[in-house]
Design a protein around this ligand. Structure first.
Ligand code: FER
Length: 358
């Protein structure tokens, strides 16, 4: 199995090299309009020629393509960013509620008589609700990529909710604090955020009771970068009843210990398997798109964890050998730990999300 993943990674990297998706040449991208997180590295992102993808083709992530320059331009069918306010039980005192908000991407032409898939997308350490989309009325690069993917028919219009695991007035960017907050975030997510969002916007949830949210799980995804990826693994373990699809980007599972995917990969993988076993779902009921870069600081931890997951083929199907595929791990040659790469990964991943058969 380990040999197999090594071969897969080698193949993936050579595909990337052949497709020149490393970052070595050509002009740099327009400066990001997004606030920079403390974990952001200042590496210029480069762009290749625009790639034309036929509207009816669903890519497979065999190759991680550059974001076409045209997709960073304003679309003539722009979505909007709105703010959703909600209350959550205090971080320190369970009797106290705290006012929080998230931003939400509303696709162009949003029609409340239709139903929309929802992606909950979380920033990394040092980030905030503004990391992905800026604020209301703003147009970040990620927003323009979503606008263009939808306008070009590469994915269905959807809602994207970007909360924070920090208190709104956060000043503590330490990894240990973030580690504690992300471990607790799933409760806030399912008890406070999701019911608020999905009672205000039209999703597949007929109602926001646990039963309505469970019935619509196939139309809900959770993803995040770095500490947001650490959160994604917690959400997999605790909230399979509300989510079908998971997108951990450059971060391992810390359920056993901090950076446990790297230091204790077998136990971490077993904890993930155990969580699946304890749920009422099986290997055919979820899909994990895990992605990172070969030079990313989280790559060693994430790849060790994924290798250990490959040794649990009853639960994690890397391919169709043991039944329906339910996990894919992609590595971009040369990719480092910053949001330029997150945008590139999401550009490639978003069109796949509600097509797990591809
Ligand atoms: C890791 C998982 C997450 C890691 C770093 C992070 C370096 C996130 C750090 C941050 O968001 O500040 O394994 O290894």
């Amino acid at each position: 199995m380990k040999k197999k993943i090594a071969l897969f990674l080698a193949a993936m990297m050579s595909v990337c090299l052949l497709a020149a998706c490393g970052n070595t040449d050509t002009a740099s991208a327009p400066a990001s309009s997004q606030p920079q997180s403390t974990e952001e590295e200042t590496e210029p992102q480069t762009q290749e020629e625009a790639v034309t993808v036929p509207a009816d083709s669903i890519p497979t992530l065999d190759e991680i393509r550059e974001v076409p320059a045209a997709y960073l331009q304003e679309s003539d069918q722009p979505g909007t960013i709105e703010r959703v306010d909600y209350q959550t039980a205090s971080y320190t005192d369970p009797d106290e509620t705290q006012d929080k908000y998230a931003y939400i991407y509303i696709p162009y032409g949003y029609d409340e008589t239709q139903q929309y898939d929802v992606l909950y997308l979380l920033h990394g350490g040092g980030g905030s609700v503004e990391t992905c989309f800026g604020g209301e009325g703003q147009s970040s690069e990620l927003k323009r990529i979503l606008d263009n993917l939808i306008a070009n028919g590469e994915m269905e219009p959807l809602l994207v909710v970007t909360p924070t695991f920090y208190p709104m007035d956060n000043t503590d960017n330490s990894v240990s604090t973030a580690g504690e907050l992300v471990a607790r975030f799933p409760d806030e997510l399912v008890n406070d955020l999701i019911p608020t969002v999905e009672s205000q916007y039209s999703t597949y949830a007929e109602n926001t009771d646990p039963q309505g949210l469970t019935a619509s799980r196939d139309h809900r995804a959770f993803g995040g970068f770095s500490m947001g990826s650490v959160t994604t693994w917690y959400v997999f373990m605790e909230n399979l009843d509300y989510f079908h699809t998971f997108i951990p980007i450059s971060g391992d599972c810390w359920a056993i210990t901090t950076q446990g995917g790297g230091s204790r990969p077998e136990e971490t993988a077993e904890a993930l398997e155990q969580a699946l076993g304890d749920s009422s779902y099986g290997p055919e009921d979820f899909f994990i798109y895990a992605i990172t870069g070969s030079e990313d600081i989280a790559y060693p931890m994430m790849s060790s964890q994924i290798e250990a997951m490959q040794d649990l083929p009853d639960s994690f199907h890397f391919g169709t050998e043991n039944g329906v595929e339910n996990i894919r791990f992609a590595v971009l040659d040369g990719g480092v730990h910053n949001y330029n790469y997150v945008r590139q990964y999401l550009y490639n991943l978003m069109p796949l999300l509600w097509h797990p058969e591809t």
